[in-house]
Design a protein around this ligand. Structure first.
Ligand code: 2NE
Length: 272
């Protein structure tokens, strides 16, 4: 059953498969190959936030409407002097905040890619935990061709994923790569026929959902920790606190404070 929680979205579609634990967020601007404008990014952030807060959701799929594009990056018609401009008099590059949000989100995010994932759209799939590609998928950075670049995650995560030589090739040459090439480079997890894309993605979601949410949460934090520096440590440190709060030892401290007595930690082992 689908619960359409996103009735008030203009640029995206937000679905939840009730009872399945899966949320699906779809960029819905197919007439522009799902290019994003500031409003699109704001809506994506709202949806991701909802999926994070919803205890029944374990995996989130990010995709684009139709079969021609996952996302073609920033909407070039709306590019101004200081970022992308829609309803404000100034520009925004708020997709960078969205990238951070996906990295920090303690649930797996799967990019389901049909057609073009290029420019800022390519960076979006790279910051997702996994990428399932259709056989018509095309990957590439266009920035230096259109007078742009992403020197944040767009460069560093790519270098991690495919190695610095290949990352330089992608950014300097602005070539496009087909799905099989992308798979060989380590950009995507698997390639399936277009008509099987959603079925295969849901299969991966279900496989993940069979496993321990806390273990997956910590694996995600651990895999990102070194690259994300202090922010990565904060994520994994927060997870350690979360777990500690559930222990008798953690609660002894709180109880001592509430009962106006000295806490007694003597019964807790000092493990090797
Ligand atoms: C995506 C691609 C390769 C698709 O080519 P094709 O031949 O399949 O379609 P076509 O005809 O180019 O596009 C269809 C319609 O979508 C619009 C086009 O202008 C066209 O509109 P009409 O002529 O039908 O009215 N469209 C496509 N992409 C758009 C875009 N990004 N913005 C606005 N309209 C777009 C081909 O369309 C393409 O190369 N698109 C441009 C990709 C691109 O350069 N993206 C920006 C990179 S920079 C970036 O995203 C960025 C960053 O570097 C740093 C921070 C934040 C963002």
């Amino acid at each position: 059953a689908i619960d359409d929680s996103g009735k008030d979205f203009a640029d995206i579609i937000y679905d939840k498969a009730v009872g399945e634990g899966i949320a699906k967020i779809t960029i819905n601007r197919p007439e522009r190959r799902n290019a994003f404008r500031p409003e699109t990014v704001k809506e994506l952030m709202r949806a991701f936030n909802d999926a994070r807060d919803d205890n029944s959701i374990g995996v989130i799929i990010l995709t684009g409407k139709g079969t021609k594009a996952f996302c073609s990056g920033g909407d070039q018609l709306l590019r101004g002097k200081d970022g992308y401009v829609d309803y404000d008099s100034f520009g925004r590059l708020n997709v960078l905040d969205l990238q951070v949000q996906i990295r920090r989100l303690p649930k797996p995010v799967i990019a389901m890619v049909a057609g073009y994932a290029v420019g800022g759209g390519h960076v979006l799939h790279m910051v997702c935990d996994l990428t399932i590609a259709a056989d018509n998928a095309v990957f590439g950075q266009t920035g230096p061709k259109v007078g742009s670049f992403d020197a944040g995650y767009g460069a560093s995560i790519m270098s991690r994923l495919i190695g610095p030589k290949r990352a330089r090739e992608m950014w300097y040459m602005t070539r496009f790569y087909n799905a099989k090439e992308a798979e060989k480079m380590g950009l995507v997890n698997t390639v399936v026929p277009l008509e099987k894309l959603e079925e295969e993605t849901v299969k991966w979601c279900r496989e993940i959902l069979r496993n321990s949410p806390m273990a997956i949460r910590l694996c995600k934090a651990a895999i990102n920790a070194a690259d994300d520096g202090h922010a990565g440590l904060q994520q994994i440190g927060g997870d350690a606190t979360l777990l500690f709060y559930g222990t008798e030892e953690g609660n002894e401290g709180k109880n001592g404070y509430l009962e106006r007595r000295k806490p007694d930690f003597s019964r807790f082992p000092r493990l090797p």
